[in-house]
Design a protein around this ligand. Structure first.
Ligand code: HPA
Ligand code: ZN
Length: 338
């Protein structure tokens, strides 16, 4: 299929994206405007291009935190959801589980309840206007230590909003091993939250085992290093633990793969892992979910029926109820059949 046909066909198919960071879905235009109003300092990048140039996770995280740091008003947070909605609509993503990382904002003086209040209203507005559904996963973060993660969880529980469905663990995997966060995760599970974690993005399979065994996560974010441990791949297959693949993100951060063709997503899929396709940080990695499917189709030889299965997997691996999943999957089937 030609590229433009592929894109226009995929735009017609309703999709889910379940590993997407809100702050990294700000448009470049918005980031440029934030940069323009940010006072000069030695840390200030000379341009948006400079801000978005990195080739490892650490430097990416520095840029991610810098962008968060430029968000200084509650109205910026509110406006962020218009950019999220623009991205979702452009890709016909009708259901999204979106990460929001409060740590940096709280360090800058935002109060958690104020942020949740604004976000809740912003999400309600875009859901109604754009006929899509956004659920939030609070990234308690491994970058700032266990106490900070515990405090993020406490805030999440204290100011529980209906669209908040779980917690995640993003940030620097090398600096914050999953096993340190066992108590935080045990408490989250006890209080009825879903739990996911980035694991195996820049650390070996032991990090994924820790996320599974110590944190008891329901899904793995990235899971790139699982390929090094066949027993782990077998475990993921047997338990049907979803792996949130973020291919372009992994190629740009260059830890285990430097080109799409080398990504283990093909091997995972062929072995029966429940893989789901995501962009992670679309603006930071200059990609969209349809771009990701195009790469899979052209560079990793995913056939159109396989692409359809991957799209269905997005809903299957979500935290929707079985009836909701069935309803969305039926919509995919109908749109695909036309
Ligand atoms: N890894 C860790 N932290 C993150 C990421 C990621 O891919 N994206 C945003 N924060
Ligand atoms: Zn991520």
């Amino acid at each position: 299929m030609k590229k433009d046909e592929f894109y226009s066909f995929l735009r017609k198919i309703p999709k889910a994206e379940i590993h997407l960071h809100a702050e990294a879905t700000l448009s470049r235009k918005t980031v440029q405007a934030l940069l323009d109003r940010t006072p000069d300092s030695p840390a200030k990048p000379a341009s948006v291009e400079k801000l978005f140039s990195y080739n490892n996770l650490k430097d990416f995280i520095t840029s991610f935190l810098y962008v968060q740091g430029m968000i200084t008003k509650l109205s910026d947070l509110e406006a962020m959801f218009d950019d999220v909605a623009t991205y979702l609509k452009a890709n016909n993503i009708v259901y999204c589980e979106l990460f929001f990382s409060p740590s940096m904002f709280m360090k800058k003086g935002f109060a958690f309840p104020d942020m949740i209040d604004v976000i809740q209203k912003a999400i309600a507005k875009v859901e109604k206007r754009d006929k899509l559904t956004i659920k939030l996963i609070i990234d308690v973060s491994r970058t700032f230590g266990v106490e900070n993660a515990q405090s993020n969880l406490e805030s999440t529980l204290k100011h529980k909003a209906p669209m908040v469905i779980g917690i995640g663990l993003g940030g620097d995997e090398e600096k914050g091993p999953a096993k340190l966060f066992g108590d935080v995760y045990a408490e989250a599970i006890k209080r009825g939250l879903h739990v996911v974690a980035h694991a195996g993005e820049v650390v070996g399979p032991e990090s994924i085992w820790d996320a599974l065994n110590t944190l008891k996560v329901e899904r793995i974010g990235h899971g790139l290093s699982a390929i090094q441990d066949p027993k782990l791949v077998q475990h993921l297959v047997e338990k049907q633990i979803p792996v949130e693949i973020c291919l372009t993100s992994n190629v740009i951060t260059q830890k285990y793969v430097t080109k799409a063709e080398d990504h283990p997503v093909r091997a995972y899929f062929d072995q029966g892992v429940l893989v789901v396709i995501n962009t992670d940080d679309p603006t930071f990695f200059d990609c969209s979910i349809i771009d990701e499917f195009w790469i899979l189709h052209t560079k990793l030889k995913f056939t159109m029926p396989e692409i359809k299965q991957l799209i269905i997997n997005g809903f299957k691996a979500s935290f929707l109820t079985p009836a909701q999943k069935d309803a969305y999957i039926a919509q995919v089937e109908t749109a695909w059949g036309k």
